[in-house]
Ligand binder design. Sequence first.
Ligand code: LLP
Length: 430
Amino acid sequence: DVADSSSIRRLSEWDAAELRTLTEEYGSPLYVLDLERVRQNYRRLVAAFPDADVLYAVKANALGDVLSTLREAGAGLECASAGEVKRALEAGASGSEIHYTAVNPPAGDLDWIVDAWGDHPALTVTAGSADTIDRLADRGYDGRLCLRVNPGIGAGHHEKVRTGAAAKFGVPAERAVDVLEDAADRGFDVVGIHAHVGSGVSSDQLDAHREFVARMGDLARDVAGAVGDLEFVDVGGGFGVPYREDEEPLVLESVADAIRDALGAVDARLTIEPGRYVVADAGVLLTEVNTVKDARETTVVGVDAGMTTLIRPAMYDAYHPIRNLAADAAASSGEGGRETVPQTVAGPICESGDVFCADRELPVSERGDILAIGNAGAYGYEMANQYNSRPRPASVVRGDGDVRLARRRETVADVTRPEREARRISAADR
Ligand code: LLP
């Protein structure tokens, strides 16, 4: 089923009638995640990289059902925080399947991780600075250690996600050998080197990606010469997926060939840790139209999801495909298609940037229509927040022939709960 599953699931391929039923049952806004598609995407990666370890970057979508689906498919999990490691363990991952990537880690995270390491001694910690290594040593950690390096080359869909060249990440590659020699002398079990070029790397950025991987290959050979053999070289994630209808997907097999070529001969396993690629097209966000108005220069379509539900358009000017499910139903029932006009789809948040698209040609919207926003499976719910005291939406998953609620909708009571609890704590202290 790997060979005959197309490389990308377009928004148009989702069943409009089924999606509309879901909002009737679970309300709006609603994230829908197809676990079968998650599994397929993971299998496609494994098929393209048969000789690599394919971890999943949990930050893209940390829903427990996603993690257990991927775990069952054999994925290891790359975690960015103690919370993500906790989720990985709850999904049944063993220590050897968990890589914790520490970026300026808060003390509480390190305490928690070192504690978890006691029960799961095979977990791997990736440190991005000599200070992090010191702080691990202070807590008695001398387990598996990977060093995150800064290769000085970034790529990705937006300046804000080109991590490879951003100073905050990793030890400058030219200092890596010294730092690792020191760590090995202090008794750490040095197992790998790591870097992440950035996120949303498209086919026209593959040259930069190749150059980045070549540097990792050179560094791996230097480190092996100085410190001894490494178990793995982790070249991060970053594989982009098409968001625009006319964008071509990456050809995974040729990306894999290019990576192997660029890496050259290294006596270590190749590790990759994609996030977006695994979950983006497995998710849609459904949102109900509540307002349609003619503004001076455009038609504004007000919906109940906003930048607090899916922040990518506001934060990165990201394009997400949008489909009007009611218009599609009308078209397919023979009522005829609706005319298309330029529309600005906007949320309920008090910022002018709270729009999902500006002046996009879409079928005329009516109050009560459900819009589906595509490719919402990656960095959608994960980046949702409660700005404007707005509760986060619900998530449902479909898989194994059924659909179920995976995470309930938050309520306003959830939003104010920490304050009520604080009042209770202060009262108890008095
Ligand atoms: N590994 C590390 C160390 C990372 O920092 C990331 C993503 C990944 C792997 C996975 O990258 P992916 O395969 O998903 O591109 N919120 C942004 C994306 C930020 C990605 C940050 N790091 C967005 O919505 O586009």
